[in-house]
Design a binder for this molecule. Structure first.
Ligand SMILES: *Cc1c(COP(=O)(O)O)cnc(C)c1O
Length: 284
């Protein structure tokens, strides 16, 4: 089993540790690498086909595509109809996922919700469906592996941090490591929405602390302050993603004081296409 390294960085006069899950693989990295652990342990000949759905910027989509390539499984990914610009992009997660062999299918906006609700109806035992963002109960297993690595790292740190989309990663990490404090911040919706999402998986443990961002940010939109903190972070020698990491780092700098082990959640592969959007908006 691959144990990712820990790097120490210095930011705004504070020292942080970073668990380098971004280094697991160029495409199959970060928390998606952890969430797919159970499937990665599955023998290739046990399955033929993986199905998933969601957005085309998705890091989960790219990670699943990389996994299916390794396993020689067919991967079909369903999305709402795309614009020609999206279809013809020559960098970013969608482009790379297709290069890894992903079959892309568009579903009309009108039928999309019903399609997603019924995606398991025609399934057989050699197919596996991964819900949007990889919010699967199986994720728990992979995060227990991460928890074990953190415990055995011997670091003198009792606080961890990782940003949330669905909250699956932060929640299962907090449940697996009750002796640590786990900070997270919502990147999709606000804290109330995140709590609702997490509560659907498991009652919230006391050691899970949700830091509310100072300002409301819309998911996956470009913001000047995101770019600023991302570039400041680049100066530490570690690259972070432009969608989730900026909010988490801003909240940590503003609302915490102790030494923290930041769990790198991956997503760096999406920066190229995200930076193109910053340029389009003349923010770069
Ligand atoms: C998916 C993702 C997250 C959010 O993970 P959840 O388990 O859905 O909360 C955070 N950071 C990156 C880079 C991601 O790709």
């Amino acid at each position: 089993m691959y144990n990712t390294p820990v790097t120490e960085i210095s930011l705004d006069g504070r020292s942080f540790y970073v668990k380098r899950d971004d280094l697991a693989d160029p495409f199959l990295a970060g928390n998606k690498f952890r969430k797919l652990h159970a499937l990665l342990q599955t023998q290739s000949d046990k399955l033929d086909k993986i199905i998933s759905y969601g957005g085309t910027q998705s890091n989960a989509m790219l990670a699943i595509a990389a996994m299916c390539k390794k396993k020689s499984w067919h991967f079909t990914y369903y999305t709402k109809p795309l614009s020609d610009t999206q279809k013809n992009e020559n960098c970013g997660n969608f482009f790379n996922a297709k290069k890894l062999g992903m079959e892309h299918v568009e579903i009309e906006e009108y039928y999309y919700k019903d399609f997603v609700a019924s995606v398991r109806l025609s399934m057989d035992e050699r197919m596996f469906v991964i819900d949007q963002g990889g919010a699967v109960e199986e994720a728990k297993l992979g995060l227990e592996v991460l928890a074990k690595e953190i415990r055995e790292s011997g670091l003198d740190v009792m606080s961890l941090a990782t940003p949330s989309g669905t909250g699956t990663t932060a929640l299962f990490l907090a449940l697996s490591l009750p002796e640590y404090r786990v900070y997270t911040t919502p990147c999709v919706g606000d804290s109330e929405y995140l709590k609702k999402q997490m509560s659907a998986l498991h009652p919230l443990p006391k050691n899970l602390i949700i830091l509310e961002p100072r300002k409301k940010y819309h998911f996956a939109k470009p913001y000047r302050e995101f770019l600023e903190i991302q570039q400041k972070l680049l100066g530490t020698g570690v690259e972070f993603d432009l969608i989730y990491a900026p909010s988490m780092w801003m909240a940590l700098l503003e609302q915490t004081q102790e030494e923290i082990l930041y769990i790198h959640s991956g997503g760096v592969s999406g920066n190229e296409s995200m930076l193109a959007r910053y340029r389009q908006k003349s923010l770069l």
